[in-house]
Write a protein that binds this ligand. Structure first.
Ligand SMILES: [Zn+2]
Length: 272
């Protein structure tokens, strides 16, 4: 098992299983379809691999090979960062997903429950392409103004909207505005994820400024805050990925970055 890899990436069910492949710097997942249980071989990008479950059977070859990035390198050995995108899904979110796919990069999206039903295909794509989805509340209320029960209801409603699309409850949450008090902490049943690099993209609305801040302030273990509802941010993402990759960074989800370093009801800002 690779370090930091989420169990959902190793699902074995029915006629599907995931074979693990490693290329030069990322792990890749290959979804192999078998007409009967047995052996399958799959290879991508030169390095090969073969995994297999059930006993004797003929290989029906790797058919629908839909490679997905696992992007779960060992962050103890390489320099990892977690890029996070809040307040979506929005009309530009698919462009972020395109750029991430071009770079074999994983990211984390903190979604508003009220928006999920508008763009279910985009949300499904996030999950399918190996990104993490977090809970960012129903409609961006300041949770510190609510009662504990209201906070729980808000998060539950948002979980349900996301689960309806992805089948999974978000493992982490991020409070709108980073606003927290003891009531909120007491009502949250999962890690509370903040950030150490604030790109202030909502304020500048300037792609060049967003890129500069990100490249200047990001360090190994950083959690970087963006908002994919702004076109200026989305336009900056390709340059940001290029720049950080040139600096040697690997792009992982928040949960992969944190490893065992998060706990329910406690804040996690970075792994620096
Ligand atoms: Zn927000």
């Amino acid at each position: 098992m690779f370090p930091g890899a989420g169990k959902e990436r190793f699902v074995t069910s029915g006629a599907f299983f995931f074979a693990q492949v490693r290329d030069s710097h990322t792990f890749t997942c290959v979804n192999v379809t078998l007409s009967k249980p047995g052996l399958a071989l799959a290879a991508t990008g030169g390095l090969a691999l073969a995994a297999l479950a059930a006993p004797a059977a003929t290989a029906d070859t790797a058919l629908s090979a839909q490679a997905r990035s696992l992007a779960a390198p060992d962050c103890a050995k390489v320099e990892c960062v977690a890029l996070t995108f809040d307040d979506g899904p929005g009309e530009h979110t698919d462009e972020v997903l395109d750029a991430l796919a071009d770079h074999d990069a994983a990211a984390t999206f903190y979604l508003l429950g009220s928006k999920v039903g508008n763009l279910p295909d985009t949300v499904a794509r996030m999950a399918d392409e190996g990104h993490e989805i977090g809970n960012h509340s129903w409609e961006h209320d300041d949770l510190a103004t609510l009662s504990g029960d209201e906070v729980e209801d808000d998060l539950r409603r948002t979980d349900e909207a996301i689960e309806d699309v992805t089948g999974e409850k978000p493992a982490t949450m991020r409070p709108p505005y980073g606003s927290l008090d003891d009531t909120v902490r007491g009502a949250v049943d999962r890690p509370i994820v903040l950030w150490d690099v604030d790109t202030l993209d909502w304020q500048s609305r300037d792609s060049g400024a967003v890129t500069d801040v990100t490249l200047e302030e990001t360090a190994r273990g950083s959690v970087v805050l963006f908002h994919d509802i702004h076109e200026s941010t989305v336009d900056a993402v390709p340059d940001i990925l290029d720049g950080l990759a040139e600096d040697g960074y690997h792009f992982v989800t928040v949960s992969d970055l944190a490893g065992d370093g998060m706990e329910a009801g406690a804040t996690f800002t970075d792994a620096r």
